[in-house]
Design a protein around this ligand. Sequence first.
Ligand SMILES: Cc1cc2nc3c(=O)[nH]c(=O)nc-3n(C[C@H](O)[C@H](O)[C@H](O)COP(=O)(O)OP(=O)(O)OC[C@H]3O[C@@H](n4cnc5c(N)ncnc54)[C@H](O)[C@@H]3O)c2cc1C
Length: 437
Amino acid sequence: MRKEAEGKTRIVILGAGFAGVYAYLRLHKLLHDTKEKHITFISERDLFTFVPMIHEVATGTLLPSSITQSIRSLPPCCLNRFIEARVMRVDIDAKKILVHHLNPEAPDPGKRIKEVSEEEVPFDYAILALGSDVNFFNIPGAKEHTLTLSTLEDARRVKNRIIESFEQAQITKSEAEKRRLLRFVIAGGGLTGVELAGELADLLHGELKKAFPLLYPYAEIHLYEGRERFICFANEWFGNRAFQILSSKHVRVFCGMPLSEVSSEGIHAGGEFVPAGTVIWTAGVQAREIEIVSKKRVLKDVKSRRIKVNEYLQVLSYPYLFVAGDQAWIEKKERDQPYPMRAQFAVREGEVAAENIVRLMSKKALKEFFWRDKGLLVSVGKGTALAEVSGIQFSGVLAWVLYRVAYLLKIVGLRAKFRTALEWILNTFLPRDISKL
Ligand SMILES: Cc1cc2nc3c(=O)[nH]c(=O)nc-3n(C[C@H](O)[C@H](O)[C@H](O)COP(=O)(O)OP(=O)(O)OC[C@H]3O[C@@H](n4cnc5c(N)ncnc54)[C@H](O)[C@@H]3O)c2cc1C
């Protein structure tokens, strides 16, 4: 529903991810009793996706609907309008956002722009929270010949490709071609790569072995990491344990070996060519870029493209524009480092940005952003996870149960929580779903 602003303060949230949704929930909490409610939400999909569990959709443990929540089912009383559109430009001085409406008929969301339909959305305050994009590090062929894993559409493509590879291998006579088709390479041993490798190994040695017994001996999973260890941003223990667990699941693990080229036939790494039918790119992200028009310079970190903001999450020189989540570069006071691009930080940043807008409206002192890492949970397939809580590291079933409980609490929406819990329970006793999505 669209209501006129009628002198109210117009707040626009860009991006319905962790930062955007939690910013809205905080604004709702602070403003629902007041008349100062003119909040517009803009995102290219009408749903929130719980991105950290996307690898479970790609490997058949969860269905897409388990990790999504409709934006329109958020508390509606404070929402003036939800606009399903792609943000193209933010004109900071003019306080206007240009959006392109999307073509709902297009199957590929990447091609959903409807050129004819665009709109300018005015704002008094805005929170920029458009998340991140894949970084291919200019590696030749990576963009053209790999599958990415950061959206629901990506997860569908990955799952379908895994099953199709087996179907293709069934009709191929050549032994070498069977091996190539069934060699699954994961490029990047960060959180996503490790979690995907663990789940994919379980899928391969479980349901796919039963469904394709004659092809199973040809199948291999390779995980390549360019740095010396997996999950390199975390304590060394995580990388070492991940290496051990994945090796025990027959994943061929390579550290210190970045991919130098990708082609339709395979990959080049460590001076060798490795034939592979599927390469899944989990090697890196950078902040999403959109056009920003401003008279004063908006500073960005060159490498990560994140926008530099002050401790209150305001863009330097533009106090009415906030940035939260993966797009924000907030330097930690104690170390010359930005806060990491992770979900728990995005949630808190969204909340603090929302709170500071309300404080600006009521002329109160702003709140500084500060967040101490609550720990790290990494699943490595069924029944195994790695955990660090209050500085204590442990792995195994207990860590896995903790991972599931923690994530269940974080999933937005009761329906999604129940669906996820139900599917996890079913998967404990029944095979995963290996139909294409
Ligand atoms: C596969 C994967 C696994 C991960 N695993 C973990 C994990 O285990 N633990 C952890 O802490 N972190 C993990 N992360 C990182 C975590 O998901 C991000 O840090 C977090 O999602 C950032 O939140 P955000 O709100 O900035 O962006 P997002 O949650 O990505 O939300 C951005 C939103 O903006 C929308 N959008 C983007 N561009 C436009 C546009 N131009 N116009 C309109 N809308 C747009 C998107 O559709 C999306 O709704 C993972 C990330 C990925 C990709």
